[in-house]
Design a protein around this ligand. Sequence first.
Ligand code: GUN
Length: 292
Amino acid sequence: MKILDGKALAKEIKVELMEKVNQLSLAGKKVPHLAAVIVGNDGASRTYVGAKVRACEEIGFNSTLIQLPSDISEADLLEKVNQLNQDNDIDGFIVQLPLPQHIDEKKITLAIDPKKDVDGFHPENLGRMVLSLPGFLPATPAGILEILKRYDIPTEGKHCVVVGRSHIVGSPMSIMMGRSSYPGNSTVTLTHSRTENLKEITQQADILITAIGRPGYLKADMVKEGAVVIDVGITRIDAPETKSGYRLKGDIDFEDVAPKCSFITPVPGGVGPMTIVSLMQNTLRAIELKAN
Ligand code: GUN
């Protein structure tokens, strides 16, 4: 069993990005500028956005953090999105999800200029992904492809089972693994909360990707011997003994499942850091796409 060390990979990719930023600076060109909008005070969202802004600083990107109150109206948030669409200095921006109940996430996603949609959530970018046209790939599935690629994991003809059909991870992941490219060319099964006989299906997976947010849900008896297991779950579990008061747990029961796998991502330190560098890669691409 080999650990897929997302943290180490992310570090490696950050160095590559730093070199590219240096080249842009030396050539007198614009350095990428990412803006992140966060609405309200959700602890997990603040942590994720904080990590994204910190990654920008490390790499040498410019970043702007826009914190808005939880009672902001939908109209005012749409106005903010519009301002960011118009702002020539901002190359890409994200609106961290989830948003408060009174705001329609779909409306906000649709309002983002697809050329600045570095999260890859706009229907235009999702359509481009399906057609394998240039655009922005959603950060988490893109980070998972990068893990598979950099560890040279064969995917062609393999049975890839994705557990969870969210718009952010499961659905785009299933499409990306089925595309005619590497990593891809897999035979994909997308499972979800209404799937019958889930265990029988996950047992057939050569590559198992879980994104359901149910800590420790997948046990060894659900996994095939020698499978490649990618765990996207990051649920906060109370842990009074830690400084933060919580720890992160994935969808996979790691101790139980790991001995059976050929490769497995840990939580934390697996997919999470790769999501952040994918967003950085997309932000750099925003400049490149603009130039073409
Ligand atoms: N919430 C959870 N993951 C993400 C993400 O990748 N982007 C945004 N904007 N919100 C999220």
